[in-house]
Every structure is written in C-alpha cells, then in structure tokens.
Design a protein around this ligand. Sequence first.
Ligand SMILES: [Zn+2]
Length: 233
Amino acid sequence: MDWHGFLQARPQAYLGRGAADRRVLALTFDDGPGRATPALLDALRELDVRASFFCVGAAMRAQPAFVQRLLDEGHELGNHSERHADARGIEAGQWMREEVEPTAEALAAAARDRPVAAAPLFRPAYGELDAAQFDALAAAGYVVVGWSVDPRDWLEPDAPGYVSCVVESVLARIHPGAIVLLHDGDDESGGARHGIVEIVRRLVPALRNQGYGLVRAGELMAAAGAGRTTAIS
Ligand SMILES: [Zn+2]
C-alpha cells in the first residue's frame, strides 16, 4: 500500500522520525525481552542510555523480571503485539482483541504506579499493518512508531563481521531525529541475539562522538510536533 500517502493523512498517530533540528536519536529494541536483554541492559546502564523496547506480550509473560528491570532502569516500553503475528488478513477488531489488548494489559500491569508515556506506543510486527488496523490503534489512542534507520541486525548474526556491519550501517544512515531499529528478543528459532550487546557498546560512543544525544522514542514525539511520515515497511 501507499504508506507515505496513508500516513501523511494521519500525522498525529504515527511517528517515523523526530524533528530534524535537534541532534538526538532513539535506539529501539524489538521482540523482547529475550535472553540477550539482561546483558544489553547492563551495557545501557554503563553507557547511561535510556532506550525504547517494543515488547512481545508472550515474551513479557515468560520474563517478568526482565520487564521490571527495564522499567526500573528508565527505559520506555511499547507494544509489539501479543504473539508477533503477521497482521495481514486479520480483521481489525479481532486483531486488536488478540494481538494488541492482551499485551497492553501486561504492560499496564508491569508499569503499576510508574509514570507512563503520554500516549501508548505500538510497533507492528514485520511492519505489517493495514489501514483498518491502523485506524483502530489510533482510535484507541496509540501512536504507531516506525523507524528511519534499519541496519537489518536480524540478518545473518553468525556471519563474520556481523557486529561491524550493523554498526557501520547505522553510522552511514544516521540523521538528527533518527529512530534506529534493533532487536533484543530471541529470534524465531529461539536463538538469543547476543550480538546486540557488542553492537550497542560500539555504536553508542560512536554516535556520541558525532554529537548525538540518545533519547527514548516518545521524547521525539513532542519535538516532531506530530508524526513524521516515513514508510514503515
Ligand atoms: Zn518484531
């Protein structure tokens, strides 16, 4: 579909990048929490970075301690669906009930009395979302968060030079207001994504050397004024 035209008509409910006039960016981590998440959190704490995690409901229930730690350490949590189902072909109401609302309840239960973001954040699995699903999310108050930098960190994590390749890919594409797509959750065959830890340890100092500040995706929203339209798939 024509995401650009579609999203331009719905700027309040979509964030694809922040404003271009501030040298800040957001690191976002999808599919977790997973087995690599504790070591990633150690690295983020050492580096003094707060990031955004788009969590899968089923993974949150399997790893409740990780979720509490994410919140305790100041990270932002968004909804990345209940089972990471491909949304194509699922009727919007059914999809909200099965894939969005259970994870929203799990996020609310985990957050308890902690302050929550101004608007709940949602990132679609595989970037797949049809117009009716998008409108259902918007009607429920969600902001759909896309990305503007995708280093494809999920691709061939065992290949030689993988970490350098991902880091260089981000550095080649980075821009003010960037939303960087990364993954900390286990892969689809259950493998841990340990490489993310070294990626972050190398990426954060390199980004700071270029003068970038690191913020949570929700903090880019106010700066963007409204959503910016960058295709999400
Ligand atoms: Zn995902």
